[in-house]
Design a binder for this molecule. Sequence first.
Ligand code: FAD
Length: 483
Amino acid sequence: MSKTLLVWLRKDLRLKDNPALSEACRQASTVLPVYLWTPDEEKPWAPGGASRWWLHKSLDRLRESLRDKGSRLIIRQGSESRSLLRQLLQESRADGVYWNRLYHPAAVERDKGLEQALKDEGKEVRSFKAGLLFEPWEVETAQGHPYKVFTPFSKQLLERLPPEEPPLAPPGNLKPPAQWPDSSPLEELGLEPRFDWAGGLERRWTPGEEGAAAQLARFRGEALDRYHQLRNRPDMTAVSRLSPHLHHGEISARQVWHAVLEAQQADDSRSLSKGAFGFLRQILWREFAHHLLFHFPHTDRKPLRPQYEHFPWVEDAKALRAWQRGRTGYPIVDAGMRELWGSGWMHNRVRMIVASFLIKDLLIHWLEGARWFWDTLVDADLANNTLGWQWTAGCGADAAPYFRIFNPVSQGQRHDPQGDYVSRWVPELSRLPRKWIHCPWEAPEEALKEAGVVLGETYPRPMVDHQEARRRALDALQEMKNG
Ligand code: FAD
């Protein structure tokens, strides 16, 4: 067996449960792991600032793990994967290339063309399922259509789960080639911030495969069984925070699924605790999001429900900026936006609240929000982000009806009852009694004074009146319906 294969790593930055890597190691005597940085191919969704920060760290870890296996990570950058791969195939005299499949529109198109072109040149090309539990074409309604409603989608998946195959072990040592092709230094990709804004991210996260495994172990031990009760509490450590690890493929959905069954000593999802079941259901939302984007590839820019193309959105750069900076005057919204800016992540409940505020209280297009999240989230994921924004805007699959408008005060009071989350991210309100922390404008002068709050100076007054904004949003909906 004197075959040489490239393994093109993309959103599968791990050695464990990596089908393309494992199969290449079985089939070839020499395996060359490759990463290509071609952001132009991903436009308009080239990785944003926070994702780039993560990617740099993750590639660095992967490089180390490969070194421990006697191998290397060959890094190249350019405008096109096709020419970079061709060049590498030529230089290394490799017989072919293996990769794990991706599902977002730009990658699907690119990979299809690339596969055919390389096969036409006599190269062996194989792709594998690694990012999802089910391929988008493996799940359909009885009528043979893609699902647009989550509950029947998840029901079908649950009947077919757990995954038949257990996660794959990491490969043994990778035999190096006689001569390594050149590699760009990771630092040359320019993924790290030019200004030092990433301190909060550094403190919060440990990118890489080991970091992902540790995060899962921590969640499994500390919070899994209470997940169904506390998953809506941004003031607590009650959710897994696995999203950036899953997005970059430092851990697979299959590994997560098996780890949860193992922790519960369960053979299937029917014998799980409520917490574990609730958590795995979220993994199915991720599947749903990827299936939707695959089947409806225009939805990263356009609403799934076409009538929403005529929604009377408002352009208001000043209001958008206040939202982005966490200066709306609504404490739970501002806490969320500042958590995002400071840590590259935001709790799911708060994502829904801030998204509803932008779309319904400010009537700003959901794409503006999606773009801001794209640049600031370490877990920015085209499928999940599109689903989240379209769901909130009421224009996507299985969406919340447009007329359900989150009240930022009652949402704050319900999900952050002690105001701890607001205190952490909006410290200028932290001395305000709990009763008013979600509505400082209702606090008596005395209480504000004692807490050192001067509305309009130390903390903004609400930028809109929520009840008025709600009426305006419902009028806009009616206007759209009237055509
Ligand atoms: P957990 O609650 O522990 O869930 C485990 C995993 O399930 C997550 O890591 C994620 O992969 C998946 N998951 C959970 N909820 C959802 C969901 N609603 N949709 C799809 N998958 C889900 N998630 C992203 O990964 N990237 C995004 O860019 C993104 N943008 C969003 C934008 C908006 C407006 C909204 C409302 C939600 C968005 N989400 C996004 C979904 C969700 O908020 C995050 O996946 C979740 O908060 C991540 O935290 P966690 O890992 O602790 O989740």
